[in-house]
Structures are given as structure tokens and as C-alpha cells.
Design a protein around this ligand. Sequence first.
Ligand SMILES: O=C(O)CCC(=O)C(=O)O
Ligand SMILES: [Fe+2]
Length: 208
Amino acid sequence: MEQISMDPDIFVFHNVISSAEIAILDREMEAFLVPAKVATPEGEKVSSYRTVKSVRLPHVNVSREVNLLAVRLHKRMSDLSDFNLDSYSDVMQVLKYDFGGHASIHNDYFKNSSSEDRIATILFYLNDVSSGGGTVFFDLNLTVQPEPGKAVLWYNLNLDTFDYEERNIHASCPVKIGSKFALTQWVLEHRQMFNRPCLRPPKLRQYK
Ligand SMILES: O=C(O)CCC(=O)C(=O)O
Ligand SMILES: [Fe+2]
């Protein structure tokens, strides 16, 4: 494990998913991938803002082998992050960015006082991308390049101030060769009330 940023904390882990496990996801999930939608004032839409195919995991239509793998991956994400994850409510997303696929600059929090927010993000990289495809943190001058088995963890809510962690604004750079295959987990805050207590309620979080 490496800490690639101290303030805010960002951690990188290596060899956290095996090539055999990646092969299962590659083989079984391709058929279920659909263009991801983003929330707009007119509802959920496919958008040039985020051009990626995605599917939820666990998933009702996939084999038992894949759903058992999903349970193992949740346990592993929980072990490496010390967050409490539940296979039924904290669904992961398998992501595939084809040539040119990208996610424009954003933060992962909702900043919406009516729902619980995403306290952190855990992103597993499942392949190499020889050109493009990095996760870039603009304010931190940091780019994390995909490598199979590597994972990155960042916090969307600051665990010291209990406020929105705006400095983790990020994007997924356009893929210039091949495709990018990844798995993301947005960690919700309510289930963390005992291991990360004292988060400020959404209405009291500041937006400067
Ligand atoms: O694919 C990436 O590098 C970034 C994904 C992302 O922004 C997210 O999962 O929230
Ligand atoms: Fe994101």
C-alpha cells in the first residue's frame, strides 16, 4: 500500500484482485454492459460528460460464480478501507471505457441534503491502458495510471472536518489506445456510523 497524497489522504493498493478474478469479470460482465447514464434536471440520460459502459455488481442475471466473487470483493474492499460494506445495498459498478471513453471533471459526492452521501470511493483497475485512461486529480497534480490489480481509495467527505472534500475533484482521461476496464465502489456514509462517527449532517456541511 502507498499513500500518494497526505492532505487529503489518497491510498493506492497493489495486487488486490488476481488475474483469474479479473478474467471472470471480463468473461461474464461484457454482455451486461450498457452506456452509463448521468443525472440531469430532465432525468437520467446518456451523456457526452461520461462516456463509459457500466453494469451493477452483484447482478441478478449473472452466474453464481460472479456473485460469489462480488461478495469476496466487497469483503476485500472493506478490509482494505476499514469501511463497512454490504453486498446488497453497496453495489459496485463494472466500468468499460472504449476508445475515447472518459469521465469529465467531477466530485463523487451528491451534495444533496435529502440523501446520504458517498463518504469515499474505491476504484479497482482491471487492465493496463497504454495511452490515456488515467484518473487525474487536478487540484493535487496527481494522475493514477491503470494497472491490473491496482486500486485507489479517496474520501469524498473529509474525515477531520466532516465536510465535503472538494480537493478530490477528478476525471477519467480519454482512452487513447484499447479500452479501460475497472470496478468502482462508492461507499455510502450511514453504514459507517460506528467506525467513522461524527460526520456532520448534510444540511450543515459547508460549500465554500
Ligand atoms: O475511472 C476512473 O478513473 C474514475 C472513475 C470515477 O470517477 C468514479 O468511479 O467515481
Ligand atoms: Fe468519480
